[in-house]
Design a protein around this ligand. Structure first.
Ligand SMILES: [Zn+2]
Ligand SMILES: [Zn+2]
Length: 369
């Protein structure tokens, strides 16, 4: 058991009962953690707002109907505008592109692009990057590009961000001006196949598309976008919740620890005060006292007054003679000694003088005499 002997006056400055100094440090850590969590959460939510920037596209298709033997129109909200393409309306006949390799992916030079005529390129997704397909369509003077999916919508959660990145790269690398951009939209496989079927039904009759800007993505019922937005918001909600719970646990643990320390501090201080008072009482009992009688030197006019009440001594006053030979009224010095445990004149420690130092044990937080 490690222990230390200390002077009764030094006891209050002793580190055992010094107030805990780690409180501001913990506050700093908690504040930093909170700021980190919320800055990350806001960064995540700002990426959500990028997803919400997409505009839906409304497509009006005019084709020859064999049943009705005339041109008919059908209008439908199909897919989305690509962010870095031109955002605006476009009307022209649509061509399902064919490459030299007899494919409709638009990854190599086209064989069926009209010359000197306004046209919209219908291109299947896959085989190469969207940016490459767009470059080729622009090379063959397409006024707009409609990409259609090559698979069902279930596996295309990350499709839109991919298109955006791909298109963004080409636009940034070629320093686009307003006139270089063409209307570019992305539609589902079903809508793409529907347009293809109308084109192939009567090769002699053109199929016309009129593309117009629809409402923003968050108003849309499109599955790709909703799924990807839901995924991102689910992740950010989960992240914020976990951060909040972790921070709550840290804060709670800190609070509990802090109050335990405070309680221990108060308890130890109270115990120490009690011990010191009891030791002081015992020491006071050992200090000699006597009653002043006529003829004693204390009654002489040159004799010092009581330093506590600043009054001279009279016959039949009870006085105490401290070990340092300083004299006081018993009624004046006893309350002082009980509280201060030292001579009011020379600060002599009466506990030390009578061998009653209070012993503080660090191991079990108890004070013994
Ligand atoms: Zn006095
Ligand atoms: Zn003294």
């Amino acid at each position: 058991m490690s222990s230390t002997w200390i002077n009764s006056r030094q006891i209050y400055s002793y580190h055992f009962i010094a107030k805990p100094k780690w409180r501001p440090c913990c506050l700093c850590i908690v504040t930093v953690l909170f700021s980190l969590a919320f800055s990350t959460a806001s960064a995540t939510s700002s990426s959500d707002s990028t997803v919400n920037e997409y505009f839906t596209a409304k497509v009006n298709m005019t084709y020859f109907s064999q049943k009705e033997e005339k041109f008919v129109s059908e209008s439908k909200q199909m897919g989305h505008y690509v962010k870095y393409g031109k955002l605006g309306p476009e009307t022209a006949k649509v061509i399902h592109v064919m490459t030299k390799k007899n494919k409709s992916d638009g990854c190599t030079d086209l064989v069926n692009a009209p010359v000197n005529e306004k046209w919209i390129a219908l291109i299947e997704r896959g085989d190469c990057k969207f940016s490459e397909k767009l470059k080729i369509a622009q090379k063959f003077n397409a006024c707009a590009v409609v990409f259609y999916n090559n698979e069902t919508t279930k596996n295309t959660k990350t499709l839109y961000p991919n298109i955006q990145r791909s298109i963004e790269i080409i636009q940034l690398s070629t320093e686009p001006s307003e006139k270089d951009n063409v209307v570019t939209i992305f539609i589902s496989q079903t809508d793409g196949k529907n347009i293809v079927s109308k084109i192939e039904a009567f090769p002699g009759h053109d199929v016309k598309l009129a593309i117009t800007v629809g409402p923003r993505t968050h108003d849309s019922t499109n599955k790709h976008s909703i799924e990807s937005t839901n995924n991102i918001s689910r992740t950010s909600v989960l992240f914020v919740s976990i951060s909040f719970i972790v921070l709550m646990i840290i804060s709670l643990a800190w609070l509990v620890f802090y109050y335990i320390q405070r309680f221990r501090y108060a308890h130890a201080k109270e115990r120490l005060t009690r011990r010191l008072a009891s030791a002081a009482k015992k020491a006071i009992a050992k200090i000699p006292q006597r009653t002043v009688k006529i003829g004693d030197k204390e009654l002489e006019s040159e004799f010092d007054q009581c330093a506590v009440c600043i009054e001279g001594y009279k016959a039949s006053d009870v006085i105490r003679i401290l070990p340092c030979k300083h004299i006081f009224h018993k009624s004046c010095v006893d309350p002082w000694l009980l509280d201060q445990r030292s001579c009011p004149m020379c600060k002599l420690d009466i506990l030390r003088e009578y061998g009653m130092q209070v012993h503080v044990s660090i191991a079990d937080n108890t004070c013994v005499e």
